[in-house]
Unconditional design. Structure first.
Length: 383
């Protein structure tokens, strides 16, 4: 009782576990910082060093490696809440929960490395195909956040350089191959045609940003096609990779009037959607895993069937329930299917086509869902 009283008098500590993947870390930081701004929480980043990551991979189901944890600064007093994203941070979060005597609340985003019932709150976006459980909130978008200082510096540097381009500005966010999605030269040609169509129909200029995975053949197709097209180099700007300094990406998100985003990255789509501006997603080829002779075997076949039926709005049958049970027990790992994610966005009208814009603000949706998450975490701490 005394510990609960002391917790009530101060902000609850949140450890934001930082692993190897930049995108996962950004989601954890974004959620933690948003919770702190709402009040009642003190969010602290906790990097997981290489030794601890290796220990978590080597012995996920054994006793925590206390020496490796101490090296990463993971020592008592234990936090009220741990937020993790991805498999290795999930294992470390479970170790902290165990060492705290079960008092630390484990909040998990993305891939799981523990049984769902061992985690206090699971926050999932639809592409991972995790079977729904009572302790899960399905998020419409990955949680993203703006760094105000970084955005201000980026706008100050880039707005003057873009000022002469005709308005409106179409921001084009170009990703790259991401299993199981390929991004071939033919996709680059289709993307080029769509960009030219939108500029013709909507007017203005194109602001194009590549990511680290954008293939060179795609870059060459886009650059040659735009230079030789109507308007030439006077109606577009291309921001390559690695980015210039200051990074133009925050300025592009703030200054563009609408967005065209390739479908390979949920985080990149979320970046565009939470601006509250119109967003269209450009579809790349997404293969079906239907053959029982594929490398993933029959398990993926029933996974594909289940997820296709969900998108069609069909009630779960016996085979669907079997698939969900296998996923919950971690005997079957679903593959990442962006169609599930995009289906949710289309159903909620967060994305549309740029000639027939969506009617719901992605920013408003994200704010509502973060408030819901905060309420659930507060209730778990109270318990």
């Amino acid at each position: 009782m005394r510990e609960s009283s002391e917790t009530a008098k101060r902000a609850a500590r949140i450890w934001l576990l930082q692993g190897k993947l930049t995108g996962d870390n950004a989601q954890v930081l974004a959620l933690g910082q948003s919770l702190q701004e709402m009040g009642g929480f003190d969010a602290q980043a906790r990097p997981i060093d290489a030794d601890l990551r290796e220990a978590a991979k080597r012995q996920p189901h054994r006793a925590p490696d206390l020496a490796a944890m101490a090296k990463s600064g993971l020592e008592p007093p234990w936090p009220e809440v741990i937020i993790a994203c991805g498999s290795t941070p999930c294992i470390v979060a479970q170790w902290i929960k165990r060492l705290s005597g079960g008092r630390s609340v484990h909040v998990q985003l993305g891939r799981l490395a523990a049984r769902p019932e061992q985690i206090d709150l699971i926050l999932e976006t639809a592409q991972y195909g995790v079977a729904p459980t009572a302790n899960m909130i399905t998020l419409t978008l990955p949680i993203v956040r703006r760094d105000a200082a970084r955005q201000t510096d980026s706008i100050a540097a880039w707005a003057p350089q873009l000022a002469e381009l005709p308005r409106p500005w179409l921001g084009v966010l170009v990703g790259g191959p991401s299993s199981p999605i390929a991004f071939a030269a033919e996709d680059g040609s289709r993307l080029l045609r769509r960009m030219i169509e939108l500029r013709r129909d909507l007017g203005g200029s194109l602001l194009i940003a590549y990511g680290p995975r954008t293939p060179n053949p795609v870059r060459e197709i886009l650059e040659l096609g735009l230079s030789n097209g109507p308007g030439g180099d006077d109606e577009h700007r291309i921001f390559g990779w690695p980015p210039q300094e200051p990074n133009p990406y925050p300025a592009l998100l703030e200054l563009a009037d609408r967005f065209l985003v390739t479908c390979d990255s949920a985080n990149m789509i979320a970046d565009a959607c939470v601006t509250g501006k119109p967003v269209e997603v450009f579809m790349l080829a997404i293969p079906e895993y239907l053959s029982r002779f594929s490398s993933r075997g029959l398990g993926v076949s029933i996974d594909t069937r289940r997820r296709k039926r969900q998108r069609q709005g069909l009630a779960a049958d016996g085979l669907d329930r079997l698939r969900d049970a296998l996923v919950t027990r971690r005997w079957l790992t679903p593959y990442r299917d962006m169609r599930d994610f995009l289906h949710i966005l289309e159903t909620k009208r967060v994305i549309g086509t740029l000639t027939e814009a969506a009617s719901v603000s992605g920013r408003a949706v994200q704010e509502q869902e973060i408030a819901m998450v905060r309420q659930r975490i507060a209730a778990l701490i109270g318990q």
